[in-house]
Design a protein around this ligand. Structure first.
Ligand SMILES: [Zn+2]
Length: 665
């Protein structure tokens, strides 16, 4: 039994100074909380928890309970954030506390002081890692067996990663590297690439090398090919740190110019009766979405309740949601705290909620572009699955995840494959290329559908089946083998269709391939920009975006009439790469992108969820307050543009004060 060195009530410790706390002897202490709960505590836990009681020192009515106590838990970033929230949560929504005072106290007296204490007073406890720690993990029987079994087959790499991830947690929780993973001070994928195989690598043009690097950083690379491939990661980081960051930040700026039209945050609830309908998916995706919805309000019977991250019973249900898009204040360029959600607590008085929403989104995009070297971690599990009618003509071979083969039940001699000419515009190139092995298959074809027919005796085509060729939003391409086949047999073009005769086709050759192309964060950022700003090529400003616009059928807000669908799709697009983006911010950005009626020259934001239209941001800038256009660009064109003088219903903009308009005499 450890002797109890001290007996304290938490209130006794409030008035002592920092040195007193740190001069206590290490050992056990009997500690009584405000709610009379008594615990036997480690003095060390008390020394750290003590900082979180600073608010109770300033506001004597606040209670200090066991929630504000470390209680043997490992002190991590996450736990720090949780305890900060516990400390301030009794003050949220309570009129006796001014939120900006609470923030000042929590930053000055909790955050700063605990940071200083941790880095200066705990120096003797700082750990380090050595190569022996890595060796300990690599020499583990299960891990080395999984590493030795790695081949070019991506399944074996995934297996190695899964093995490492589970073995280290099960057997080696004292290993400093494992502690760093568990406490999230390093990202797990980075450790997996060291202890396990490096895996697949993306080139600077986003093409993924077909063969992975089978050794990891800790094992060391042994051949020049691996070094050459790995060098691409650094090349990519260099490439992405310049222009793409500038482009992403410029997008941020352009977005602010439109979103800052929502200028005010109104106290309380506007009382709107309009709600957005949002269906939360089942399973893990549903959990992720709940994270994005947390803090917004939904209708439960006739009451509004705050959505919490852990409301898993909402998965699979459609909820009636309050967002900025519903708010009655929109027409007057404001949004109420209830429609904006709990995020409104975190916004300083008099700040512009539209501006805050777009910087919250864009900072994530910029950050991800900068950290691209570390985070471009390719998920190997691209698996082509057969659906519906697919199996009539197609089959998959285990381990050949990116290929589709002709079904062995089909006799190829009478089979005709029909594809859209538009989806294979450059196919004619195969006639002039000697070695198709070096060809980039996506340049020749990119198929959304393929049709199979059987040619009967009278030479008519029967038994047609249309197959959807899009998997995980990737289009299929004709395989190298099929291109070689076409070099010999050619094809027939009739109207908008290409007919490919599969006579003499061998079953062991793949027909279609899903090209291994990895979308970089920079490309992703552009796609988000095209979606939100609904950029059109004719506006001429965004040359970089023209590619995205032309190459993919990137979705745009202006193609949506329904704000619910626009919000859902916008969230899906953004959350495909950015985890934890708040749906309330997306809704605010969408709200600013709507106008009441362009035809009637009313460019105010509608305060009606069901009437109003999305407009491209370039049009919005031109037809709302012109100070923004004058600061943005194309001043001369705007000056000469007649339509600019015909709009009378224009909202003001915070930038208006920057433009001086002389009084008319
Ligand atoms: Zn409202």
């Amino acid at each position: 039994m450890n002797p109890v060195l001290y007996k304290f009530h938490v209130r006794d410790l409030l008035d002592v100074d920092e040195d007193y706390i740190w001069n206590l002897n290490r050992g056990k202490m009997e500690l009584t909380f405000d709610d009379s709960e008594v615990v036997i505590a480690d003095v060390c836990d008390v020394q750290i928890s003590w900082y979180y009681w600073a608010l109770a020192e300033a506001y004597r009515d606040l209670q200090i309970t066991r929630k504000l106590f470390l209680d043997g838990r490992t002190f991590t970033d996450d736990l720090h954030r949780k305890m900060m929230f516990e400390a301030i949560s009794p003050t949220i929504g309570n009129p006796d506390f001014d939120k900006e005072d609470v923030w000042l106290l929590s930053y000055r007296d909790i955050y700063n002081r605990i940071y200083n204490a941790v880095v200066t007073r705990l120096v003797e406890y700082i750990g380090s890692t050595t190569s022996l720690d890595a060796l300990e993990l690599m020499c583990d029987e299960e891990i080395s067996a999984a590493n030795n079994a790695v081949t070019d087959d991506l399944g074996t790499i995934d297996h190695a990663y899964e093995t490492i991830s589970s073995v280290v947690r099960r057997k080696y929780h004292r290993n400093p590297i494992v502690r760093a993973i568990v406490n999230k001070t390093v990202k797990e994928p980075q450790i997996l690439q060291s202890i396990g195989p490096r895996g697949r690598i993306t080139d600077i043009d986003s093409v993924i090398f077909r063969k992975p690097i089978k050794r990891g950083f800790a094992m060391g690379f042994r051949d020049i090919i691996a070094f050459a491939k790995e060098s691409r990661s650094a090349a990519k980081a260099l490439l992405f740190n310049k222009d793409p960051v500038a482009i992403a930040e410029y997008f941020n700026r352009k977005l602010q110019l439109v979103c800052n039209t929502i200028t005010k945050l109104h106290k309380g609830d506007c009382g709107t009766k309009q709600y957005q309908q949002m269906t939360i998916p089942e399973g893990k995706e549903g959990d992720q979405m709940l994270g994005g919805l947390a803090g917004l309000f939904m209708l439960d019977g006739d009451r509004l309740v705050e959505i919490k991250e852990d409301m898993q019973h909402l998965r699979g249900k459609t909820i009636s949601l309050r967002t900025t898009l519903c708010c009655k204040h929109l027409r007057n360029q404001g949004v109420c705290e209830t429609c904006y959600g709990m995020t409104s607590y975190g916004i300083p008085y008099d700040s512009n909620p539209g501006h805050i929403s777009c910087t919250s989104l864009c900072k994530e995009i910029s950050q991800l572009i900068i950290s691209t070297k570390h985070l471009d971690f390719i998920v190997h599990k691209f698996l082509v699955l057969l659906r519906g009618n697919d199996a009539t003509y197609l089959r998959v071979i285990p381990g050949q995840n990116e290929f589709l083969y002709l079904s062995e039940k089909v006799k190829p001699d009478h089979v005709v494959l029909r594809i859209l000419a538009d989806e294979a515009k450059n196919l004619v190139q195969v006639k002039y290329i000697t070695d198709v092995n070096n060809i980039e298959v996506t340049n020749l074809s990119s198929l959304s559908t393929a049709e199979f027919y059987v040619r009967d005796a009278s030479s008519g085509l029967i038994d047609g089946v249309t197959l959807d060729m899009v998997r995980s939003s990737t289009k299929a391409s004709l395989s190298i083998d099929l291109l070689k086949h076409l070099q010999v047999t050619g094809w027939e073009t009739v109207n908008n269709w290409l007919y490919i005769n599969l006579a003499n086709w061998e079953h062991d050759k793949p027909l279609f391939v899903y090209p291994l192309k990895h979308e970089s964060m920079a490309e992703f950022g552009k796609r988000v920009e095209v979606f939100i700003r609904s950029t059109t090529k004719s506006d001429g400003d965004d040359d970089e975006l023209a590619d995205v616009h032309a190459s993919s059928n990137a979705a745009k807000l202006t193609s949506y009439n329904d704000a619910d669908r626009a919000l859902y799709d916008g969230y899906r697009l953004i959350s495909s790469k950015i985890k934890g983006i708040h749906i309330g911010h997306i809704a605010t950005i969408l709200a600013a992108s709507r106008v009441t009626s362009a035809r009637q020259g009313d460019w105010f934001i509608p305060n009606d969820l069901f009437n109003g239209e999305f407009k491209s941001h370039d049009e919005i800038i031109r037809h709302r307050s012109l100070s923004v256009q004058m600061l943005y660009g194309w001043q001369q064109q705007t000056y000469n543009d007649l339509s600019c003088y015909l709009q009378h219903k224009r909202p003001y903009n915070p930038m208006d004060g920057l433009i001086y308009i002389p009084p008319q005499s």
